[in-house]
Design a protein around this ligand. Sequence first.
Ligand SMILES: [Zn+2]
Length: 251
Amino acid sequence: MTMATEIDMDADFITELTAKVPRRALAIFAHPDDAEFSCGGTLALLAKLGWNVDVLVTTSGNKGTKDPGVTPQFLAGEREEEQRRASAILGANEPVFLGFPDGYVAADNELRGLIVRHIRLTRPELVITWDGFRPGFNHRDHRYTGQATYDAIYPAADDHLYYPLDKEEELEPHRPVALLLSGPGEPNYHVDIEPVMRTKIRAILAHTSQMRGRTEREMLEMYRERAKQARESGLDGPVHRESFVKILLRR
Ligand SMILES: [Zn+2]
């Protein structure tokens, strides 16, 4: 496995990949809305560039409410529907849910095997997930989904003796070209998402159960204010950006 640590301030890497590999990306996150907040702009850009974008969600977010009258089953159904709408807005395929209870994700052999199977099935060149190794990362589902994805990619998904029952479905080993870790402590790769800011915001707002009636205008203003503050504190490069740790897995 080759580790790349260069600082890359634009989307050249994605442009390069777009020209060179089958355009398949897989985003693996813990809850409905994680992908939209953390990398919705990048997923929208990939879809615009003709990539086939899949989204795998390890839970259905069935504890994400303060409403005492809502059951986990009802909430799961509602949030899965919101995720379907959000994925459609980004230009991604219909999302797949692994259905673990919200808050009970474990980075164990079962989750790793399910992710390996999904990687062998969708054969992504680019995988995007949470940075499960960031110190102090505050939701265990995020940490464990990120760690299980990292461990699924290398070496398990690419070695046929791991999870051999996949062979019965004629799923072949697969190694993506690159992994992007989202929500990182020390990013080394930034994607300029200015051209798709509105798409990202609309996809976030599709999660109506989480957004408490916020409007597109309010969201846009919030992001503009953040961008202004970042600029004032001396940030170089694109202000509307999504940042990652980029890890190259093969050339
Ligand atoms: Zn989450």
